[in-house]
Design a binder for this molecule. Sequence first.
Ligand SMILES: NC(=O)c1ccc[n+]([C@@H]2O[C@H](COP(=O)([O-])OP(=O)(O)OC[C@H]3O[C@@H](n4cnc5c(N)ncnc54)[C@H](O)[C@@H]3O)[C@@H](O)[C@H]2O)c1
Length: 316
Amino acid sequence: MANNNRKVVLVGTGMVGMSFAYAALNQSLCDELVLIDLNEVRAKGEAMDLNHGLAFSNSSMKIYFGNYSDCSDAEIVIICAGVAQKPDETRLHLLQRNTKVFEAIVPRVVSSGFDGIFLVATNPVDIMTRVTYELSGFNAAKVIGTGTTLDTARLRYLLGTYFEIDPRHIHAYVIGEHGDSEFVPWSQAIIAVKHINEMLAAYPDRYRMEDLEQITQNVRHAAYEIIKAKGSTYYGIGMAICRIVRAIFSNENSVFTCSVRLRGEYGLRKDVFIGNPCIINSSGANRILELSLTEEELEQLKSSYQILDENFLSIF
Ligand SMILES: NC(=O)c1ccc[n+]([C@@H]2O[C@H](COP(=O)([O-])OP(=O)(O)OC[C@H]3O[C@@H](n4cnc5c(N)ncnc54)[C@H](O)[C@@H]3O)[C@@H](O)[C@H]2O)c1
């Protein structure tokens, strides 16, 4: 990190961006938070509103409406700008529109002299992270997408309820595209101290593979369900972004299923960004943890990878 001032610039002060900002204020996540949005009036209003909460918080965070020159000495630029899914739209439907949005944002961040870490949440997040990587020319370790971090949190919550174990002690991941082709490699799932297969074998009347497959389906469809019910999803992703930012600032070496650029893992050589467990610290995402997938899981990952690669190539 360049200095001791933990400065974050947030581009996109819509529902996702402001859910992050509100959580960040409550968690005293950084020292300085700059808000940028195409809709300047909204961003100014959001800055005012958050500042009025400072007196009730433990934070002395400096929060203000800014512009791209504010990125020059920031540690992290978070991008939540762009269009969100409407009911019955997939995340991939947003690709063309959000690529145009990123073409208006990323070069301006880079021109400021920014030399920190990009964290992308805009959908389709894996491809938007790759777009950020291409537009910025940054080292891949410094371009991170939220990937399947939220999906993994949803999975752990549902498994925690099913097995009646605190989700923080469930070690299971959703990997692949943050979207319809994502999947759970069950061969890698540990429930507290036991492999999931041992749990199924030990309690056949209580726990069944069919239930786990239903949980996978519920995770995959969670966003659709929330969007149908309330228009969009934002609190969960806001918390996920906060958690990743904390891991960067505190140099934690924590593991998240962020969207990261593969470098030959799984025999997949091209530079696709995809959700996979990786170590997050103050250098960004510089270690990818390759899972020992079964053949079937590897096929699922390859299919997700192909969808992401083909869609990225379709932009040009
Ligand atoms: N990664 C995840 O897990 C996850 C979860 C939920 C939502 N999302 C995605 O996050 C994105 C934002 O969702 P939202 O609900 O906050 O949408 P929103 O419509 O509430 O906010 C989007 C904001 O982007 C701003 N914007 C648009 N173009 C811009 C530009 N060129 N420069 C600066 N700002 C610009 C808009 O003015 C708006 O304030 C969507 O793509 C959504 O699909 C991702």
